[in-house]
Design a protein around this ligand. Sequence first.
Ligand SMILES: [Zn+2]
Length: 276
Amino acid sequence: MATGPTHAMSGLAAWAAVTALADTHAIGQLSPKTWVVGATLSAGAALLPDIDHPKSTVASTFGAISRGTSAGISGFSGFLYRLTRTKRDSNREGTHRGFTHTVVFAVLAGLITTAIVQTSEGAALGVLMFFFAGLAVRGLLHTWSSNRDALLITVASLLLTLACWAWAGDQPTDAAAFGLAVMIGCIAHFIGDAITEQGCPMLWPVPLGGKTWFPVAPPKLLRMKTGGKVEMVLVGPGLTIAAMALSSVVLYRIGAAPWLAQLDLPSEVMSWIAPS
Ligand SMILES: [Zn+2]
C-alpha cells in the first residue's frame, strides 16, 4: 500500500480528472453538490479496500465498530482466496489484499452506493458522505493515533458533512455519479497498491498465467517504495497539485469557482478550461 495521504489524494485526483475530461458528458456537468459529495466519496473509497486489514489505519477510523467490520471482511477475504486460488497462486492467507482489491469489489461497492442513494430519501446520502469522509480524513491524517483519535475523526467527518449540506443542501444530486465516484476511488487504490511492492490482484477471477489472484504490477522500474522518496517528493505532491488544479477547473465550469477567471491565465489555458 502507498501511505494514507497518497491514497486519498489519488482518489480525489482521479475523480477530478474523470469529471474534467468528461465536460461534454453528463458526468462533467454535475451540480456543485454532487461534485463535492462525489469528491469526498472518491477520496474515501481510495482507502476503502484496506478495510480487509484489521490492523490498518482505515480499520480504526470509527474505533471498535470499524475494527469489528474489518475482522469480518478479512475473514471472508481469506475464505474466498483459499476457495478460488489455483496451485500457482502464492500460498498465503489471502485475508489482506484479496477480494476488496478486485474490480469486482469496486463495481459492487459502486452499485450498492447508487442503489442506497436511489432507494432512500436523502438521509442515506448524508450517512454515506459521513462514512466516506471518515475514511478520507483518516487517510489524510494517518499519523493521528489510531485508537485515541477515532472520536476526532468522527467529529471531523460530521462537520465536513454538515458543512456540505449547509452550503448546497437543496441542490439536485445524481445517484449514478456517486456509484461511479466510489468505483473510481477503489480503482485509484488498486493502482496505488500495484505500483508499490507486491502488486494488486485486481483482475480476479480472470486467470492470468494460471493464477486467479495474479498480482498486477508495472515493470520494476515504475514501482516505488511505500513512504519512500519517490512517493513523498514526487508522486504525493504531484497528485495533490493535479487534484487541486483539476478540481478548480471542474468547479469553475459548474459555476462554483468564479475566482478562477481572475487568475489571469493564458488565453489557451482559459479556452480549455471554459470552451465557449
Ligand atoms: Zn490496499
